[in-house]
Design a protein around this ligand. Structure first.
Ligand code: SF4
Ligand code: SF4
Length: 558
């Protein structure tokens, strides 16, 4: 019998799980277009390796992982790349982001199998992580962290690997249906992960409101003789949150701001284990997942949905009326995010599409329109599973005192919504915490940019000052040279110029003439010619100035 522990706070919620677990899981209809955001995981966006117009096969790599914290993308079906462009993605802000859009051809043609693994135990941990990374597997519990990174403890010993099948939010049943229908495959995936981590112990935690899932797993564990424990945990929200489940199963608390690996524990979702199994055993990348469609639809159910399927298609397939939609929530009513459009696609971390129409309200924890002033009842602090003071954080978020709110450990808040749920004044507390967090992140980003700009400005000032000094130094030298009447440098330059003129002249003088090396006869001819030239010149002068020239000739005569 496994000993269980308790965490402080939490709430007991109405489950709303029966409707969507009444029918077996079916594959969702193939949509005409699939929209694949390049970033549907924690980390950097994947880099496209296809171009518009390319034909792609099911399972073909379409965007590669360019960084350690990244996950590649694969075509969920065969077709043609229609566009690589911005498209609305599942985000609270309603923002658009780069996506690869594929027009499906309905043929569902797979790419050829690239590898066969006959016995995963013969692979090294690194080889196994390589397969998981190449398959684009991320945490399917909602966080979307690349699974291969989480399966690399970096040399730190792993005592316990926990598989999270708690699924504590109302309406969401995709993990429960997966365990009911594929318990053996989930167990196989868990053993593969254990091999990658070299973990000593393995525990699967399931809330005690899922007896069928528990039985299916228990049976497979008994039949296989695997050294794995499956443990039922009390149905208290938010037991499915990683830190709370660890505490319930082991009694250990993850330190504030720390990670489970800091206490020798790694926690993965059951859906992630199933994806690992398919990648290793069948060489299938992560291109589909189980998704619960619930709330205001005629047939609440779970479907196996291709990643990239628009939410509107799923809502229609389950009998929802797109014209009477009031709100679509991706995730559960407690921690989910309201979407701005039904055109946003299912991504790897989408576990539930919760539909609220004008005809049917999904009971959400709090609504802005019913908000009343805080009456300081303290219910929120009692319900907080992380031991925070939600009321204080609320006041500081309202006052925009972002330094003070961090003193109250804002970033330890897991946004579980328990405080919202119990607040008699219906204050949307989590909304305030999300707002405060995003403001702090923005301020930090702005501060980083400002620091960078200041550093650049300071460097420019320094460079200008240095150049100014160098110029002044050069002018000073020139002036002092002029004052001395020519510096040694100048004298040397003049001397060098004169030397060059002399050398040139001497070069010209040394050019051999055609009167050198004459024979005596030739010399006589030259002398005669010179004599004739002289006499001719004298006669010309006499003609020009007879008196002066005569006198000169007289003087010149011997
Ligand atoms: S539960 Fe609501 S009303 Fe009560 S203290 Fe907290 S914020 Fe105030
Ligand atoms: S949302 Fe945050 S503050 Fe509120 S109960 Fe959950 S962890 Fe505590």
């Amino acid at each position: 019998m496994h000993r269980l522990f308790q965490f402080k706070g939490g709430v007991v919620l109405k489950e709303h799980k029966k409707d969507s677990t009444a029918t077996p899981v079916q594959p969702a209809k193939l949509p005409p277009t699939l929209i694949l955001p390049l970033k549907q995981h924690i980390g950097t966006p994947a880099e496209p390796v296809v171009a518009v117009g390319d034909k792609v096969l099911k399972g073909q790599l379409i965007a590669r992982a360019g960084d350690t914290i990244c996950a590649p993308l694969h075509a969920p079906s065969s077709g043609t790349v229609l566009a690589i462009a911005d498209h609305p993605v599942p985000h609270a802000s309603g923002m658009s982001a780069p996506c690869i859009i594929i027009k499906t051809d309905g043929e569902e043609r797979w790419r050829p199998r690239e590898r066969n693994v006959f016995n995963f135990a013969e692979l090294s941990a690194q080889e196994l992580r390589g397969i998981i990374r190449d398959a684009g597997i991320v945490g399917l519990g909602g966080a979307g962290f690349p699974a291969a990174v989480k399966l690399d403890p970096g040399g730190r010993p792993v005592d316990t690997l926990i598989l999270n099948g708690a699924e504590c939010e109302p309406y969401i049943t995709c993990d429960e249906m997966l365990l009911r229908e594929h318990a053996l495959e989930v167990l196989a995936g868990l053993l593969m992960m254990r091999h990658a981590l070299n973990a000593k112990h393995c525990i699967i935690g399931i809330e005690n409101n899922k007896p069928e899932a528990f039985r299916a797993l228990d049976e497979e564990i008994r039949n296989s003789g695997a050294d794995v424990e499956v443990v039922e945990v009390p149905t208290i929200y938010p037991t499915g949150s990683e830190k709370q489940l660890i505490q319930v199963l082991t009694g250990k608390e993850v330190p504030a701001g720390g990670l489970p690996i800091d206490i020798g524990i790694v926690c993965h979702n059951v859906g992630t284990a199933y994806a690992v199994y398919r990648a290793v055993e069948f060489d299938q990348p992560l291109i589909s997942r189980y998704v619960t469609i619930a709330g205001s639809v005629a047939h609440a159910r779970n479907l196996e949905v291709l990643i990239g399927t628009p939410l509107g298609n799923l809502i229609e397939e389950c009998g929802g009326n797109r014209r009477s939609l009031r709100r679509i929530i991706v995730g559960g009513p407690m921690m989910g995010t309201a979407m701005h459009s039904d055109a946003v696609p299912v991504v790897k971390a989408t576990n539930c599409v919760l539909v609220e129409s004008t005809m049917h309200d999904v009971p959400l924890p709090s609504r802005d329109e019913y908000t009343m002033p805080c009456i300081r009842c303290g219910n929120c602090a009692d319900a907080c599973p992380v031991n925070l003071l939600p009321q204080q954080m609320y006041w500081y978020a309202r006052a925009r005192d972002f330094d003070k709110i961090q003193d109250y450990n804002l970033f330890d808040c897991i946004e579980c919504g328990c405080c919202d749920y119990v607040c008699p004044s219906q204050i949307p507390l989590v909304g305030y915490y999300r707002y405060a967090k995003s403001e702090i992140w923005n301020q930090e980003a702005e501060k980083r940019l400002a620091d960078l700009a200041r550093e650049r400005h300071q460097f420019r000032e320094f460079r200008l000052e240095r150049e100014k000094k160098e110029r002044a130094e050069r002018h000073k030298k020139k002036r002092s040279a002029v004052a001395k009447g020519g510096s040694d440098d100048k004298k040397a330059a003049i001397q060098a110029a004169m030397e060059r003129v002399r050398a040139k002249k001497s070069e010209q003088d040394n050019v051999p003439k055609n009167t050198d090396d004459l024979t005596p006869a030739q010399q006589k001819q030259v002398n005669d010619a010179d004599q004739r030239r002289r006499e001719q010149s004298r006669e010309e002068k006499i003609r020009e100035s007879p008196s002066e020239s005569k006198a000169k000739i007289t003087q010149d005569r011997p």
